[in-house]
Every structure is written in structure tokens, then in C-alpha cells.
Design a binder for this molecule. Sequence first.
Ligand code: PRX
Length: 635
Amino acid sequence: MSNYHIKHLEEYYQVYRKSVRNPEAFWEEIAEEHFVWRKRWDNVLSWDFTKPEIKWFEGAQLNITENCIDRHLPTRGNKTAILFEPNDPKEEAEHITYRQLHERVCKMANVLLEKGVKKGDRVCIYLPMIPELAISVLACARIGAIHSVVFAGFSSNALSTRINDSDCKLVITSDGSYRGSKTIDLKGIVDKALEACPGVETVLVAKRIHSEIEMVPKRDYWLQPLLDDAYGDNVAEIMNAEDPLFILYTSGSTGRPKGMVHTTAGYMVYTAYTFKNIFQYREDDVYWCTADIGWITGHSYIVYGPLANGATTVMFEGVPSYPDFGRFWEVVQKHKVTQFYTAPTAIRALAKENLDYVEKYDLSSLKVLGSVGEPINEEAWHWYNNNVGKKNSPIVDTWWQTETGGIMISPIPYVTPTTPTYATLPFIGIQPALMDENGTEIKGNQVDGRLCIKFPWPSIARTIWGNHERYRDTYFSAYENMYFTGDGALRDAVGYYRITGRVDDVIIVSGHNLGTAPIEDSINEHPAVAESAIVGFPHDVKGNALYGYIILKETGESRDKNNLRKEINQQITEQIGPIAKLDKIQFVSGLPKTRSGKIMRRILRKIASGDTSNLGDTSTLLNPEIVQEIMDEAL
Ligand code: PRX
């Protein structure tokens, strides 16, 4: 079991060096010793970042669900695989053992087959955090269908765009969902989305909130009766290493969302290996990641990574504030959670509340705390460390992306000494580089630059669905022979990395990636709007919030401004989802533009954050006078 479980810093450096000196030999050993294969690979890695083309374990055959489920049955059949904690604490938690998971995944796989889904077909999953979500994901993987999970907070418009982009023929959803004290009409959202999706033939509907919904004949089917009739075993489809496993959409700074394509073998190996080390996972642990499976964090570190290790993974349907702000800690106490992985925005929101909510509960089971999705500020880090970890549980600040598939820069708990706000060291096999604006690598320590990765790792996304050119342009064209992350970072005196934030037009709001262009497009569709520009500004809970500068058409000038603000946010909610709503809307008569007509967002960002001390040279603008006007009326 060499190198699978790193236990001290010296070992980290040793294994890291090995993984960089000879990546093929390193990953081959990990793949060989810790997974089950139907056929061994012919070649560990071939890659070319100029095309770009990356292939890991070419020639190998496997099914990821055999690694996540079947192989555990002889030794862990009665162990809880998924521990489902419902929205309402009065509803009992559900323990799904590996054996039960096997049966439920096989049944779901058989239902999909019976509905005509074949290997390579795309299936859209639009479900709340209920067991059917994880089971549907695994069932797709079982039969070689490509799952495309769409976060169930997205609007019908966002859903239909994603369904059509990848030509999904089947959608799995539920009648509705619980969210704290509210219910959401998911099926209604799906129905509306499908008006624009002629390719969808079948909708499978799980029952969750028992609401009255409309079922379209010959298209919509209640899931449960189909599952009841399905056979409880299924022979897994044999997949090639590089067959797509899933598509997951992420926002770009411009244009439509990007369907990142992850493939099978490399993704499995990397998510499993990172899970084991970054959470120092041991057999009897109860691991809880609070993310939604609709995001990459949920794919890699609720479903695939934990299950590949035979772990118990908690799936939480609820929200941190319901029935009160102690909910997370109540769940930790109740299930004796050992690893807890959440987002800084949740920590900041909870830190604002009374400490009693935390102190009331016994959190002594915790061994590792994780953070993901955005930079964790120093205050939130200390609150988490002091009040949740009681200074006894190391915090792993894990930096990664939808595109990277797995954690890239992170401490290994009990191995890497942590420093607040630092993601610290590259994980095994990861070769970061900081680049300057001219494309030169900045070597040495105490430097900052744009964060790139020099060498492929097993779980890197292989393409953007249907648009390989965009994949190349977005990630591989900024710097020669490098994957460009879109983030800035600094490397301190000891070589620790600190992520400083996006260097493009993506804004991270409450840990969610939002591109400015799609939001601006949606605002500009409002009949009263002529033009708009969105920037981020610091927010004490969300990390960043959105500030919109909007130029109205003449027809809009006479309208009530507060009503207009509401309508614009309503429009964004309908087209993208409530996460993209603007916190502040300032109506302006113009936007600062360069002579070539490009909006100077740098200036707008400064004004939005209330820092107008150093706006830089504005004299080269096409319309320098507008800056003063915007400043005078800033919100
Ligand atoms: O800017 C970085 C930020 O989130 C971006 C990736 O977002 P997404 O693809 O939605 O994946 C989020 C979950 C993996 C990154 O480019 N980000 C993520 N983790 C961190 C972070 N920024 C700072 N520190 C982190 N730990």
C-alpha cells in the first residue's frame, strides 16, 4: 500500500518529488494497487497541451461503480455508504448500506435501460439532495450514460440551455424540494424548461414533497413504481478509461455555460486518492461534505471519492439556518461526523450568529475541517478553527475547480502545518507555476502571478462538450504549454500558495462561479435597459456580491427606480437563478470606456468597493467625465 496514505511532512515531500519526477510510474502504482480494472491500460499517459489532448490509462477498461460499490460488498456490505439527513430534523435519517446502494443503483440502471437510455447518451439530473440524486448519478455511470447534473437552484431557462447543449434525452427530477421552511416546485421548473427542449423524450419523477403536479402522458413517469418493478441486479457496462463519465456546467466569463467533460479512469483515481489523503480518511469515519451534488465538490467529494474508498458519506438535504443556526452542529453531534467540509460563505453566515448555536453541541468527533469554493478570510478561518475545531482539528483550505476534477492545492491534515488563508502546498502530482503578464514563469518565493499548472493530472477535464476550440482558447492559449486557471496567487517565503482571486470576469458569489457576461445579457433584455456592466464588491457573508451599473433607455428614465430594480432582479432570477441577483443597482448615464469601446471594469470595481482613492489614469478614456458622475451617485 505504498504512498497511498501520507502520514508526515517528510513523506509528503518525498512522495511529491517522486510524483513529479516520474508521474507515469507514480500514478501507475496508485492505479494498480487500489482499484479494480476489467482490463489493464496499455499506456499510462499521453498528452499534448497544444491540441489539447490528454489521455490517462489508455486501453484500460473498468466501470467506476464497480470500484465505488461492488468491490466493497464482501467486506463492507452492511456498512453505511450514504447517510441521508433530511431537511427536517424530525424526519429520520436514512442509512443506506453498500448492499442496499448496490441494489438501488442496479434498479435505477435497469429503469434507465428500459427507458431506452444507451451507453454514451446524456441524462440530465435535476434533483434536490435526496438519495435518488446520488443513485441516479451512479446508475448512469453503471450503464455508461453520461450524467449532466444541473443544480436544482437553477432556473428553467438555465436548465433548458444545459439540456439542449448536451442533447439530453431523459431528465430525472422530483415533484418538488424542501429548502428550510420552503418548498420549491421543481417539476414546474422542468415543465417550463422542456417547452424549449424538443429532444427530451422521458422525464422520471421522484416523489419527495407529495405535491400535486401535472404529468405529461407518455413523457412523465413516477419513478418509484418503475423501481419497484425493476430487477435488483445489473451487469455493469464495461467502459474505456477515456469514455466520458459526466458533463458538468460551469460559468465562463463570456458566452454560454461550459459543459466540462470528465472521463472515467483518471477522474476515479485522482478523486479517490485526494479524498483519502486530504481528509485523512479512515475506515470508521463519518465524512460530511455540505455541498450540493449539483456542483463539482459534490460529484468528487460526496459521491465518487468517498465511495471509491468505501467511506460513509453524509448527504444533507437542508440548509445551515433551518430550523435554526445550530443545524450543522446538531448533525455533526448526531452522526458523530469526523470530517466536515464546507464553504467559507456558510462559515461567515454562521459566525454572525450567537455562539450558543455552536457551543450547545458536542463536536468532539471532528478530526478534520475543510473549506472550498472561494478564499477563506482570516476572520472566518479563526472562527472555524476556534469554535468548531476547538483548535484541535486542522483546517484544509482546498483550492480547485470544476475543470480540475479534484483538489489541487491543499494542506494534508496532521501533515502540513496550516496558515490561515493559505491553501499551502500543491497536492501530490500537481505542478503549479506562477506566470507574469508576458508569459514568463516567475520562479522563486515571495512572488505573485497568474496561477497555471504545467503538467497534466489524472482528473483534468478533457474538453468542453461540443466545443473543443473553446476549451483550448480558455485554458491553453494564454500561456504556452500550460493550463491556465483564471486565478491569481502568491507564493510566500516557504513556498505556500495563497489564492488571491479571479483575474478574469468571473465573480465568485457565495462560492458560486458567476460570469459577468451572461448576467449582463439577461439585464440587457429588459425593455427599459440600454446597457449594463456588472462587477463584484466585497461582502461580509457572500465574499463578493454583485454591483450593476445600468444605463436606461429613454423609456426607462421616467419609471420608478425601485420597481425597475425589482424587475431587473426578477429577470435575472428567471433566466439564471436567484444566486445571480444584484445586491446594488446604480442607474448611470454612461459607462467608462476605452477608446476601443471596452468597459473599464477596473474603475467600476473600485467605485463599487468604495475605494476611489486611486483610480489610476482616467484621461485616456473615451468619456472621462463619466467617472465623477458615477462616483457622486455611487450606492
Ligand atoms: O477562484 C477559485 C475559487 O473557485 C474557482 C472554481 O470554482 P468552481 O469551478 O465552481 O469550483 C469550486 C469548487 C471546487 C476557482 O477558480 N476557489 C475554489 N476553491 C478555492 C477558491 N479560491 C480560493 N481558495 C479556495 N480554497
